[in-house]
Design a protein around this ligand. Sequence first.
Ligand SMILES: [Zn+2]
Length: 374
Amino acid sequence: MRFGFRRVAQDGLARAGVIETPRGDIATPAFMPVGTAATVKAMLPESVAATGAEIVLGNTYHLMLRPGAERVADLGGLHRFMNWPRPILTDSGGFQVMSLAGLRKLDEQGVTFKSHIDGSTHHLTPERSMEIQALLGSDIVMCFDECPALPATDTAVADSMRLSMRWAARSRAAFGDRPGHALFGIMQGGVTKDLREESAAALREIGFDGYAIGGLAVGEGQDVMFEVLDYAPGFLPEDRPRYLMGVGKPDDIVGAVKRGIDMMDCVLPTRSGRTGQAWTARGMVNIKNARHAADPRPLDEGCACPACRGYSRAYLHHVFRSNEMISGMLLTWHNLQYYQDIMAGMRAAIAAGRFAAWEAAFHGLRAEGDIAPL
Ligand SMILES: [Zn+2]
């Protein structure tokens, strides 16, 4: 069975569809929880699936350093290693080399860097990134690209984008023909429309199974990101999935879907869950605040997750204050459930042709803010 993408409904620019893979279908728009080091932190794989997630993301940079791609392959591949039989998307390692590794040296061939774990030297190229992602057994493989640190001059952004496009062609050649597996190209070009258009044209010329928009959500602010998303998705083929990398907060996600994005990923729901922050239909709740200490009500009465069904705000406050592990487990579950509920809500609204009404209700409830203290 081959990789495929079907669009099933469209409302304005918002699209609903299905990505088909041999490991299962993924309803879009889809949010992908991040499983950095072969685990979605604080969650069992079956719990991740119970929230409605149909695909998770793995990080090439982390897995190549520890435990190593060859070891994962020897142990049966990433799906078996982490006990997640459903689809996995892996990033290329490029972004995290830039953000985490030490002593980087970039040239036409690739990047040489030192591991942030033990200082050992590694070399990553488009060809090696494709090899690592194949060893992991990733279902959706990302091209190796470079994302310039901001702020950067127009010339620097253009040079970086053109290097990424040459690397995209090398990634395509190295990926080869792997039925059932997909390779996505990554559009770069910063916040400059001409560069985004040039990048998209270069990717379409090469030809990919799906297309990502990279280089956003790196500190430019939501207004600027939405300005880019007002035109960038339109440069990409309509009949392939569009993936916005590293986004975002709930309102970022809704705004991106409204502008034609099909897939997203972000560490925010999992990371926030471990620091006592819960995302709810009424906005963000800091469970550490004293106002929750004696509150018998659930975190979010409209949520069906275990944290909201079985526990009070007072309990969630207590276990966070006590540094109990269950705190991160419950809040992570809740946050992932909330994100998946947003995605399901948008899919249903797009199918019913009432996305605008859904979006108005989403913003309306958030504007009301959290329930009043008792
Ligand atoms: Zn919940």
